[in-house]
Write a protein that binds this ligand. Structure first.
Ligand SMILES: Cc1ncc(C[n+]2csc(CCOP(=O)(O)OP(=O)(O)O)c2C)c(N)n1
Length: 333
């Protein structure tokens, strides 16, 4: 309740208020329990039919659009792996001109969305994204982050976490998998001075839906960084797709926050954290980690959490409580 009082609007857009209409249609080829579907479906429920989706190559694209079939019941365009931001910028500029010329009703609100993976955003699409943010195009950029180049065979990306084993950063005798840290994409996007940037997690659907709404209402570019569990890449049983995402937030590995016109807010406070091993041990990509490597990851998270608490000015993400059970039944939290 405290959260609702502090952040009015957070729970306004609850699921039951969303339209019944499905604009992301069933019958796609996403992997069993892939949470890209959860993100796309809720995104279109919030944004509605007057939405144009720009989709760089990645899992979302190859699994939902195989000519002549599509799961997107809205205008959708395929773009190259690296130019989502540029194409969206062009669409936004063209719509402005068409409105000025009276071809399109100037009062019609059309949402333009880039729906791109972490490789297509944090790495190869980075300059197109940066240009789009710098020029101030009114586009919602959604980066779904499965922490690797998943559709081409689980290669590491700029957002693969420390210690994850991938096909291009395999765990071996001397190297514990990937040795770099996640690129802080929200901080980078926010540093462009855009009005809205946020993280989200499909396991916290109300929070995610609220952020789609805020992004649509922003008076300029909006950037959403959404964690997305990947069954083959993270190597967990499909039944844990949402549970593993919950653990990401419950352990402080992933903090749900927003930066609204420079104002930083944690939107899902975590009074007591579970140890990060709860998140790691469900996934095959971390199975090789030694206890001291898990301690390193825990220390990295503790540092990030301390920084977040410092920015907020109070302990919005609490300390680790080793007494908490990893897999608390849903609703018992
Ligand atoms: C210039 C270029 N380089 C490489 C590729 C091959 N390619 C297509 S999709 C992809 C990986 C996409 O990764 P990401 O954006 O993280 O999305 P995911 O597959 O994980 O959904 C790669 C390497 C390409 N299409 N174009």
């Amino acid at each position: 309740m405290k959260v609702a009082e502090e952040y009015p609007g957070l729970y306004e857009y609850a699921n039951f208020e969303l339209p019944q209409e499905e604009l992301f249609l069933p019958g796609h080829g996403l992997c069993a329990s892939c949470t890209i579907g959860v993100i796309a479906r809720h995104m279109l429920k919030v944004l509605g039919p007057d939405t144009i989706v720009v989709n760089p190559t990645g899992c979302a694209e190859v699994s939902t659009v195989v000519y002549p079939r599509t799961n997107w019941a809205v205008p959708w365009i395929h773009v190259a792996f690296g130019n989502g931001g540029s194409v969206a910028s062009g669409i936004e500029a063209a719509i402005k001109v068409l409105k000025r010329r009276g071809v399109i009703d100037p009062n019609r609100k059309i949402n333009i969305v880039v729906f791109a993976g972490d490789g297509g955003t944090a790495d190869i699409g980075f300059q197109a994204l940066s240009g789009m943010l710098e020029r101030g195009h009114k586009v919602i950029y959604v980066m779904y982050d499965n922490e690797g180049y998943m559709n081409t065979g689980i290669q590491r990306s700029g957002t693969t976490p420390f210690g994850a084993s991938t096909t291009t950063a395999p765990a071996g005798k001397k190297v514990p998998g990937n040795v770099t840290h996640k690129k802080p994409m929200v901080a980078i996007a926010a540093a462009h001075g855009i009005p809205y940037a946020a993280t989200a997690n499909p396991a916290y659907v109300h929070d995610m839906v609220y952020k789609f709404k805020k992004a649509a209402e922003a008076d300029g570019p909006a950037f959403l960084h959404i964690l997305q569990s990947c069954t083959p890449g993270w190597r967990f049983e499909p039944k844990y797709a949402i549970r593993v995402l919950e653990l990401a937030t419950e352990t402080g590995y992933w903090v749900n926050y927003e930066i609204d016109h420079g104002e930083f807010r944690v939107t899902v406070p975590v009074p007591k954290r579970k140890p990060v091993k709860c998140f790691l041990q469900l996934q095959g990509r971390f199975r090789h980690l030694k206890p001291e490597e898990i301690d390193t990851i825990q220390a990295l998270i503790d540092k990030d959490v301390a920084e977040i608490n410092r920015i907020v000015g109070r302990e919005v993400i609490g300390p680790v409580d080793p007494g908490l059970e990893c897999l608390t039944p849903r609703g018992a939290r």
